[in-house]
Design a protein around this ligand. Structure first.
Ligand code: SF4
Ligand code: FES
Length: 218
C-alpha cells in the first residue's frame, strides 16, 4: 500500500497513478484516449484535454488507481455522500464512498473514495484486486444472497471502515448499499462481512467457508 505513485503534472491538473491498483478496466483509455493512452510514454498527458474532462474520467476509475490534485477552477474529488459496494460478475467488489482501509492491527493504511477489493482469494495485492480472478477461475454471478427482510435500513452518511480479518472475511463497519452486478437489486447494510476467499455459499457475504477451504492471506 506504500507503492510508488506516479505523478503526471499538467498546467491545470495533476494526475496520480498507482500501477498496483490498476486492473485495466480501461475506463480511462476508452473515455479519453487523448489523455490516457497506454501505447505512448508517458501514458498520461493531462494537458491533452480540458482539465474538467480529465477530472471526470479520473473519477470513473473504479479501483482508485487514478486520482487528481492541484487542479485549477475549483475542481476536486468529492467524497460520495453514500457508500456503495458494487459486485462484479466473476470479479471484485468495487467500493465507492468515504473509505478507510485498516490493517489487521486496526491502523488506517489507506483513505480513499474508490477501491476494488479481491473476493476470489487469489490476489497478490490483498485486500485489493489485482485481476487474479481471471487466472483463478473464480465464478460468481455477482448476485446478492439477501440477509435482511424487514430490518430497519441504515440511514445517513458514515465512514466505511474495511478491515481484512486474518485468513477470514472483509469486515466492514459503516452504512453501505450493496448493488448486484446487474445494478438492479440492492441491499442496505451497516456491518457486512464480505467473503474474500471465494468459497462462500452465500456471496457476497461470508458463511465461514474460509475455514473449510483453509483460506490464507498469503
Ligand atoms: S480506469 Fe483505473 S483501473 Fe481502469 S485502466 Fe484506467 S487506471 Fe486502470
Ligand atoms: S471469507 Fe469466504 S466464506 Fe468467509
Amino acid at each position: 500500500m506504500t507503492d510508488k505513485i506516479h505523478k503526471y503534472r499538467g498546467k491545470e491538473i495533476e494526475v496520480t497513478f498507482d500501477a498496483k491498483r490498476c486492473i485495466h478496466s480501461a475506463e480511462c483509455v476508452r473515455g479519453l484516449p487523448e489523455a490516457f493512452n497506454t501505447s505512448r510514454k508517458p501514458w498520461v498527458l493531462p494537458d491533452a484535454a480540458a482539465a474538467e474532462k480529465v477530472a471526470e474520467i479520473v473519477k470513473r476509475c473504479p479501483t482508485g488507481a487514478l486520482h487528481f490534485k492541484n487542479a485549477q477552477n475549483g475542481l476536486r474529488e468529492e467524497t460520495p455522500e453514500h457508500n456503495v459496494a458494487m459486485l462484479a460478475k466473476d470479479g471484485p467488489i468495487y467500493l465507492r464512498g468515504d473509505i478507510e482501509i485498516l490493517d489487521a492491527g486496526g491502523n488506517v493504511v489507506l483513505v480513499d473514495t474508490r477501491v476494488a477489493l479481491c473476493r476470489c482469494g487469489a490476489s497478490r495485492n490483498k485486500p485489493f484486486c489485482d485481476n487474479a480472478h481471471r487466472q483463478s477461475g473464480f465464478k460468481d454471478a455477482g448476485a446478492i444472497n439477501f440477509q435482511k427482510s424487514d430490518e430497519e435500513e441504515p440511514v445517513g452518511h458514515t465512514k466505511l471502515r474495511v478491515q481484512a480479518s486474518p485468513n477470514g472475511p472483509l469486515l466492514v463497519d459503516g452504512n453501505v448499499t450493496i448493488v448486484d452486478s446487474s445494478k438492479t437489486l440492492q441491499e442496505k447494510s451497516n456491518s457486512p462481512a464480505f467473503c474474500r476467499c471465494g468459497a462462500s455459499g452465500v456471496k457476497p457475504y461470508c458463511d465461514g467457508s474460509h475455514n473449510r477451504v483453509n483460506f490464507t492471506d498469503h
